[in-house]
Design a protein around this ligand. Structure first.
Ligand code: 5GP
Ligand code: ZN
Length: 110
């Protein structure tokens, strides 16, 4: 997707602070952190959000969730919150599926 910010980050056209990468997943620091630790985990394939996942794409969602577990271990997070916003009314601003990892004192929301 040529006009997608996260596709540009994945393609290396926009810089980011990468914390994890494998063949299917990229994780990087959120540019406007809302917690002490605020990471974004994205599939390298452009998928709009959870609501648009096709039947053959569920293994990719599993890969994202598995990477979240790995990242939390690598970053030594004592505990963490995972959020994925779906659709404009769900608070989604970037329409490339991503999972927020939030950790640290005084987590926002919920
Ligand atoms: P959403 O509201 O769609 O769930 O979250 C989008 C997130 O992407 C926001 O927390 C926002 O700070 C982050 N973000 C937007 N543009 C960029 C960018 O260019 N680089 C990085 N690292 N994060 C971004
Ligand atoms: Zn994209």
């Amino acid at each position: 997707m040529s006009d997608c910010i996260f596709c540009k980050i994945i393609a290396g056209k926009i810089p980011c602070e990468t914390v994890y990468e494998d063949d299917q997943v990229l994780a990087f620091k959120d540019i406007t952190p809302k917690a002490q630790t605020h990471l974004l985990v994205v599939p390298k394939k452009h998928i709009v959000n959870l609501g648009s996942v096709q039947d053959d794409e569920w293994p990719l969602v599993q890969a994202v969730l598995k990477s979240i577990k790995k990242i939390a271990e690598q970053q030594n997070l004592a505990g963490y919150r995972v959020i994925t916003n779906n659709g404009e009314k769900g608070g989604q601003e970037v329409f490339h599926m991503h999972w927020h990892i939030l950790a640290g004192d005084k987590l926002p929301g919920f």
